[in-house]
Design a protein around this ligand. Sequence first.
Ligand SMILES: Cc1cc2nc3c(=O)[nH]c(=O)nc-3n(C[C@H](O)[C@H](O)[C@H](O)COP(=O)(O)OP(=O)(O)OC[C@H]3O[C@@H](n4cnc5c(N)ncnc54)[C@H](O)[C@@H]3O)c2cc1C
Length: 364
Amino acid sequence: MTAWQLAKRGFDVTVFDQWNTPNDRGASAGESRIFRTIYKEGPDYVPVLKKSYDMWEELQANQATSVLQMCGGLMIGRPDTHDVEAVISCAEAADLDHRVLNSHDMAREYPQFRLDDDEVGVFDPASGVFRPEAAVLTARKEAERLGADFRTYTRILNIRPLSQHVMIDTHDGAQAFDKVVVSTGPWVNELTDFGPDIVAPRRLVAMWFPARDVPLHTPANMPISIRRHPEGGFSCFPVLDGLGVKILPHHLAWATLDQVEDLPRFVEADVVRSTEHAVARLMPGLDPTPFRVSTWTEGFTKDEAPIVGPSAQDPRIVLAVGMSGQGFKFSPMMGSIVTDMVENGSSTDAIGLMDAQRFDGGGS
Ligand SMILES: Cc1cc2nc3c(=O)[nH]c(=O)nc-3n(C[C@H](O)[C@H](O)[C@H](O)COP(=O)(O)OP(=O)(O)OC[C@H]3O[C@@H](n4cnc5c(N)ncnc54)[C@H](O)[C@@H]3O)c2cc1C
């Protein structure tokens, strides 16, 4: 996304990726991602989310592949649950369209979800589901069309700011650049010196459960959702593969990894059983036996807000890391904000809570 934005504004762009772009190792893989506008993380994000939506529309205009399908979104839980309160308060603060559905409304309109009598669903019409690999590929093609050069399977070993240039070291040698953007996802600690107490890779697990009535569980009929319930919390993604709904459990710890390469492929039986239990209890149209269980990793900061801005080490190095499980939906705007920073040193779209220098002692 950053390469697309930089190339669009006329910069001469070189992208180094240790794998391909896209790939199945980083934080952007795994079939689906959620877009939401009513944001439980706070109304400060809403202007960036609205502008991101426009950029997604621009990216997919005239493309054969849809990257973002708007299907609406639900936050489901008791009205006094933190996240339910947070979305209602965000919708009111930012004056966003929404509906609060009680358990009877939900049973009638969205039978894919089983609610307790005292639960509600808060509907956000400006939500949808991404195909992230297609989105990354589309952005790459757009960047290449505008002149960007992708050096795939080329790992950056070191970034060295010198007086005239910033040097990039790879196994193929060193190359000098005027500016460098670091957007290394979960590998953040390899090319910055924040340290694992500030930002660290964590493991996320997703499981696909067969839908008994597949059409009922596709985006045409089923919104994306986030569930908060004493017996399970999860993100839920409608069927994209013709077979199953993806569930990403939140009520189980997201283990911190020392290194991204430590990501275990296999998942403890307790994690699967607990998610099966939540699905059996809360998703009546799914067979509570997952046919696929996969693991991914993402860089999380200690305050769970991204790190975006010029580094403390050298302002010619701009950081866009630590996306903390949120980054896909606003990634085009992160690219645009970073491009502003490369161009002018700052961005009027930047959000204070993402400030790259907010952590004492870290930030190169
Ligand atoms: C399972 C899961 C579910 C998620 N769900 C959502 C969601 O529903 N909605 C949402 O908005 N967000 C979600 N997120 C978060 C979002 O997907 C991420 O924040 C976003 O994709 C991060 O993108 P990135 O470009 O920062 O990182 P990545 O996609 O990981 O890209 C980093 C790239 O840097 C490359 N790289 C790293 N180090 C080097 C090096 N030394 N040299 C060369 N290349 C290097 C990697 O190969 C990789 O291609 C989720 C994340 C995960 C893991």
